[in-house]
Ligand binder design. Structure first.
Ligand SMILES: Cc1cc2nc3c(=O)[nH]c(=O)nc-3n(C[C@H](O)[C@H](O)[C@H](O)COP(=O)(O)OP(=O)(O)OC[C@H]3O[C@@H](n4cnc5c(N)ncnc54)[C@H](O)[C@@H]3O)c2cc1C
Length: 528
C-alpha cells in the first residue's frame, strides 16, 4: 500500500530541510527524500542576512544557530576590497549589510553552511509529522489532477518505493531532477568562466591580514580578470579559509598550482594546508517558472548563480518560507489555488533581478572600471575614481529590498511591480517586509506576530477592528489582533491598521477598515 503525504520534498539540502521545518511546524504531514546521508564539509553559503535570521527566530532556532557559529560573537562580517592584491595601497572596507540592521528584527550572522544545516536537521528530526528518508533518491515524478507520485530508490541498496502526495517540491539543487521531470527550462547568463574553489587553513594568512580592520571577507579586483573576483572568506578567526578565483578553462586539478594562485591574490607568500580543491562554472540560471500543477521547485533548483553577494542560500530560504505558509494555508482550507500561483509571481522576478542587476551587472561594472582606470596610466584619475566607489558600495545593501508590490495576493499600489530593488523604510507598505518596532509593553511587534495573519491596530476604531475579526471568523482565516495606543507605533508605520501575512510581509494598510473586509481577505488568501 502506497503511503500518502500532504507534501513530499525532494532534496534535503538547506532549502529542503528548511521547508520541512516550516511545513512541519505548521502541522503539515510531509516526507523528505535526500540522497546523501552525511553533510558535505564545504563552508559554501556562510553569510546569513538579517532576514534569514528572522526565519530562524520564527522556527525557534535563532539561539541554536548563533551558538553554532565559529566566529567569535560580534566579529565584523563585512568585506575588504583591494586592488591587484591584498598588499596593495588601494583598499576599502566599506559599510555592508549592517547599514540596514534597523529594518530587521534580527542581526545578520556568519557560519559555514554545514553547521547551519545541522541546526535545521536537528529541528526536523524532532517534528513528528516529518518523515525523513536520508540515503534515498527520487527517480521519477508524475502527476495528475488528484496528486503526485514520486518513485524513490535506496542508494546502494535494492529498496524501491512510491510516495504519493498532494504536492511535491523539488529542492534538489542546480541539476534538479524534479525540474527536468516537469519540463521547466532555464534561462540566464553563462559567463564561460571556470572558477577555482580552495578550502584551506593558514595562520600566516590571518597574521598577514592584520593590516586591515577586522573583516570576514577579502575581495581582490585585478585588471587582468575582467571584473571576476578573487575572494578569500574566513571560516573562523585564526586559520580556516575558503577562496574563489577565475582560472583558465583547461585547468586540471592534478596539475594546477593552487598555492601560487592563493599567494598571487594575497600579494605575499604564506604556508597553507589545503583541505579541498575544486572547479565550478560561473553561470547564472533562472527557471522559467517555479510551478507546474502540483509540483514546485525552490532554492538552487529554481535559480543558481555564483556566490557573489550571498544571494543563493538566503534567497532559497525565503523561497521555502514563501511557499511553506501558502501550501499550509491551501492544505488547511483557508487558501486558494491563486495563493499557490503567487509563489512564482512573487519569487521569480526577485531572483531574475538579483541575477541580472546585482550579480551580472556588478561583474560588468567592475570589469568596466578596471578597463577604464589604471594607476599606472593616470594615478590621480584612478585614485579619484577608486575613492568614489566606496560610497557606491555602501548603497548596494540599501537598495536591495525585495518586495511584492505587484503580487495578485497583496493590496499593493496601482501598477505595482514586484522587484528586488526598493528602499528600506519604517513606513508599513503593502508588498514590503514589515519593519520591527517597539510596543508600549516594551516588546517588539515581531514578538507578537502570529503564524497566521496579524492585524496591527494602533489607535484604531473598535468597530474597524471588529469588522476584521468577523470576516476572518466567517472565512476561517487565522487572524490575531495586536493593539497598542501610545501613538509611536502608529507614527512609525504611518497607518492605524496594518495587515501582515504569515511571512511578515504587509498585505494592506489603512486608517479605517475597507468597505468590504471579506473581499480583502479573499484576495490576500488567493480565494478572490
Ligand atoms: C562552493 C560554493 C560556495 C558557495 N558560497 C555561497 C555563499 O557564499 N553564499 C550563498 O548564499 N550561497 C553560496 N553558495 C550557494 C549555496 O550553497 C546554495 O545556494 C545552497 O546550497 C542551495 O541550497 P539548496 O538546498 O537549494 O540546494 P543544494 O544545497 O544543492 O541541495 C540539494 C540537495 O538535493 C539532493 N538531491 C539532488 N538530487 C536528488 C534526488 N534525485 N533525490 C534526492 N535528493 C537529491 C542533493 O544531494 C542535495 O543535498 C555556494 C555554493 C557553492 C557550491
Amino acid at each position: 500500500m502506497e503511503k500518502r503525504h500532504q507534501v513530499v520534498i525532494v532534496g534535503g539540502g538547506p532549502v529542503g530541510v528548511a521547508l520541512a521545518v516550516e511545513l512541519g511546524l505548521r502541522g503539515v504531514a510531509c516526507a523528505l527524500v535526500e540522497t546523501r546521508t552525511k553533510l558535505q564539509n564545504i563552508p559554501k553559503g556562510q553569510n546569513l542576512t538579517q532576514r534569514t535570521l528572522e526565519h530562524f527566530f520564527f522556527w525557534g532556532l535563532a539561539d541554536e544557530l548563533r551558538a553554532a557559529r565559529l566566529m567569535p560573537p560580534g566579529y565584523p562580517i563585512g568585506e575588504v576590497t583591494a586592488y591587484r592584491n591584498l598588499m596593495s595601497d588601494y583598499w576599502q572596507a566599506p559599510p555592508g549589510r549592517e547599514t540596514v540592521r534597523p529594518y530587521y528584527f534580527q542581526a545578520n550572522d556568519r557560519l559555514p553552511q554545514y553547521r547551519m544545516e545541522a541546526v535545521l536537521r536537528a529541528k526536523m528530526a524532532g517534528l513528528r509529522n516529518v518523515e525523513s528518508r536520508f540515503g534515498w533518491s527520487a527517480a521519477s515524478v508524475t502527476q495528475d489532477d488528484d496528486g503526485v507520485r514520486v518513485e524513490i530508490a535506496e542508494e546502494g541498496g535494492a529498496g524501491r518505493e512510491v510516495l504519493e502526495a498532494d504536492y511535491v517540491v523539488g529542492c534538489d539543487g542546480g541539476h534538479s531532477l524534479v525540474r527536468s521531470q516537469i519540463g521547466i527550462g532555464r534561462g540566464g547568463t553563462d559567463f564561460d568562466q571556470v572558477m577555482a574553489l580552495v578550502v584551506f587553513r593558514s595562520r600566516e594568512l590571518h597574521e598577514g591580514l592584520k593590516r586591515f580592520p577586522e573583516r570576514s571577507t577579502y575581495r581582490v579586483m585585478h585588471p587582468d580578470l575582467h571584473g571576476y573576483w578573487q575572494f578569500f572568506g574566513r571560516i573562523d578567526v585564526g586559520e580556516g579559509w575558503f577562496f574563489h578565483a577565475p582560472v583558465p578553462a583547461d585547468s586540471k586539478k592534478e596539475e594546477f598550482d593552487f598555492q601560487a594562485l592563493l599567494e598571487r591574490a594575497a600579494g605575499f607568500k604564506f604556508a597553507a594546508t589545503l583541505d579541498h580543491v575544486g572547479f565550478w562554472d560561473l553561470r547564472v540560471a533562472v527557471a522559467e517558472k517555479y510551478q507546474v500543477g502540483r509540483v514546485f521547485i525552490a532554492g538552487d533548483a529554481a535559480h543558481s548563480h555564483p556566490p557573489y553577494g550571498a544571494f543563493g542560500l538566503n534567497n532559497g530560504l525565503e523561497d521555502a518560507v514563501n511557499l511553506g505558509w501558502k501550501l499550509a494555508a491551501v492544505l488547511q482550507g483557508c487558501g486558494g489555488d491563486r495563493l499557490l500561483q503567487s509563489y512564482t509571481e512573487e519569487r521569480r522576478p526577485i531572483f531574475k533581478e538579483v541575477a541580472e542587476d546585482f550579480i551580472a551587472a556588478r561583474i560588468k561594472s567592475d570589469g568596466e572600471f578596471l578597463d577604464r582606470y589604471n594607476p599606472d596610466r593616470n594615478r590621480a584619475e584612478f585614485e579619484q575614481a577608486w575613492n568614489d566607489r566606496v560610497s557606491d558600495l555602501g548603497t548596494r545593501a540599501q537598495v536591495y529590498e525585495p518586495n511584492y508590490e505587484g503580487s495578485p495576493v497583496v493590496a499593493g499600489p496601482p501598477n505595482g511591480v514586484s522587484s528586488a530593488h526598493g528602499a528600506h523604510a519604517f513606513k508599513a507598505r503593502a508588498g514590503h517586509h514589515l519593519t520591527p518596532t517597539k510596543l508600549t509593553s516594551g516588546r517588539d511587534v515581531y514578538e507578537e506576530l502570529s503564524d497566521g495573519f496579524t492585524l496591527l491596530a494602533f489607535d484604531a476604531e473598535d468597530g474597524d477592528v471588529a469588522k476584521f475579526a468577523e470576516a476572518a471568523r466567517s472565512m476561517r482565516v487565522p487572524l490575531r489582533q495586536v493593539r497598542d495606543s501610545d501613538g509611536s507605533a502608529r507614527a512609525a508605520y504611518e497607518a492605524s491598521l496594518v495587515l501582515v501575512r504569515p511571512d511578515q510581509y504587509v498585505v494592506w494598510t489603512g486608517d479605517r477598515a475597507p468597505s468590504d473586509v471579506g473581499a480583502l481577505l479573499a484576495r490576500v488568501t488567493g480565494r478572490g
